[in-house]
Ligand binder design. Sequence first.
Ligand code: ADP
Ligand code: MG
Length: 255
Amino acid sequence: MSHIIALTNQKGGVGKTTSAVNLAASLAALDRRVLLVDLDPQGHASMGSGIDKHELDHSVLDVLLGEQPAEAVIERNSAVKFDVLPSNGDLTAAEVELLDRDKRERCLETALAGVASHYDVVLIDCPPSLNMLTVNALTAADGVLIPLQCEFYALEGLSALLDTVEQIKHSVNPELAISGILRTMYDKRTSLTREIDKQLRDYFGDALLKTTIPRNVKVAESPSHGLPVTQYARFSRGSQAYRVLAKEMIRRLSL
Ligand code: ADP
Ligand code: MG
C-alpha cells in the first residue's frame, strides 16, 4: 500500500521543496517506487527534478480539474529515479477554477486514486500558504512532514498549520497524522538552535525527527543543475543527511 506524505509549512524558504526532491531521490535510491507531486505554481520541485516547467503540455492543474488522468501527465524523467507530476504557473488558476466545484478539497485525492498504488511513497510539495491546494494535499495525505528552520520565528505560524491539520482531520481526513518535524538548514552550534530544539522536543515529542539537514552549499546549488543533491554531489553533507532521513522515514512509516 502506498503512503502519501504532504510536505507542508505555509512559511516560504524553510526547505519544503528541497526536502521533497531530495527525499524522493533518496527513497528511490533505496528501491522505493516514488511519485513526487509538485503542488506549487512556482514549479521548483519539477525544475529541481530536471523537468522544464515551460515545456509542459499538461500539468498537475489538468489532473486536479479532472481534464487529464494523472497517468498521462506524470513525467518519467530518465535523469532521476522517481516520477514527477509536474507543475508550473498555470496552477495559480487552481484556486479560482476549483471554487465552484463539488468536493473541491478532494480533487487531488480523487486524481491520485488511480495511480497511488503504483508507488510505495507519494510525496506532495505544497505551496507556501494554507490555501485550497494545501487543503487538497492534506486531504489526500496519510501524513504531514513539516520542514522548519531553527530560527527565532520558526515556531510562529506553526499553530495555524497545526490548527489546519486538526480541521482537516475532523472534517475530511480522520486518519491524517504528523509524520515528522524536520529541522532544515540546521546549525547545532548556536544557543538559539539548542533553545528551539528543546521547545520542539517538548511540544512534538517523538514526531521530531532525529535526522537534521545541515546548511550545505551543494544542496543550494543542485537545483540549478536539475538534479537532487544526492546525484549532484553524492558525498556532500547535505546528500548524506537526506540519505539518513530516507532511512529514518522508512523505519518510522514502514515504507
Ligand atoms: P520552500 O520550498 O520551503 O520555500 P526551498 O526548499 O525552496 O524552501 O528552500 C529555500 C532556499 O533555501 C532555496 O534557495 C534552497 O536552495 C535553500 N536551501 C534549502 N535547504 C538548504 C540547505 N540544507 N542548505 C543550503 N541551502 C538550502
Ligand atoms: Mg517550495
